[in-house]
Structures are given as structure tokens and as C-alpha cells.
Write a protein that binds this ligand. Structure first.
Ligand code: ZN
Length: 105
């Protein structure tokens, strides 16, 4: 019974934060972010239209729609995120940088 209540709370949290994210999307702060055109994860330069809004801590894991938890994300990273956590993406990137350094020598 208590589990059911917890799930319901979770759904409400997600619904509320999704609504809030929609508001953030309309804000000048977000427009400035995407006009810079830099993906948070891979640092790729993108057209503003190619960037999507991403929650660093997913809403389903208790993340919130606050500026500290919202980043611009390119389509490639958005697809990768389905399989990896942000920490793993950063680790992969470090590994790639490391590999290219060795390759250059
Ligand atoms: Zn990216």
C-alpha cells in the first residue's frame, strides 16, 4: 500500500516538473543558452534548433526543472543518454581524449 502511494507521488512530481520545464523553455535564460549553441555533454557547436532541453538528473530519479539541472543537449547525446548516465558520457569523452592523445604520439 505504501509503495503505491510512493509511485503516485512520483507521477505527480514528474507531471509538475514537466510543466515547469515547459515554462523554462520559454524563458530568456533558456533562449540565451541555446543561442550559444553548445551541447553540455560533448561541447559540440550546434544550431539552436538542434539542441534539446535535458535534465542532468532525470525527473524519474527525483530531478527537478531548475536551472542547475537543465542543460542544452545535442541530438546525438540525447540518443546516447537513453543507454548511458551523464557520468558515463563524461567518462567516455575522457577516454576518447586520452586515446587521441596517445594516437598522436
Ligand atoms: Zn552532444
Amino acid at each position: 500500500m505504501s509503495e503505491w502511494i510512493h509511485i503516485e507521488k512520483d507521477q505527480k512530481h514528474i507531471a509538475r516538473e514537466k510543466l515547469r520545464a515547459r515554462e523554462v523553455k520559454k524563458s530568456q535564460w533558456w533562449k540565451n543558452k541555446i543561442s550559444q549553441g553548445i551541447c553540455y555533454y560533448c561541447q559540440a557547436k550546434c544550431l539552436p534548433g538542434e539542441l534539446t532541453m535535458d535534465h542532468v538528473v532525470p525527473l524519474s530519479r527525483g530531478g527537478r526543472s531548475i536551472k542547475a539541472n537543465i542543460v542544452p543537449c545535442c541530438k546525438a547525446c540525447n540518443n546516447k543518454k537513453k543507454y548511458l548516465t551523464p557520468a558515463e558520457i563524461v567518462l567516455n569523452r575522457l577516454k576518447q581524449l586520452d586515446a587521441s592523445e596517445h594516437f598522436g604520439k
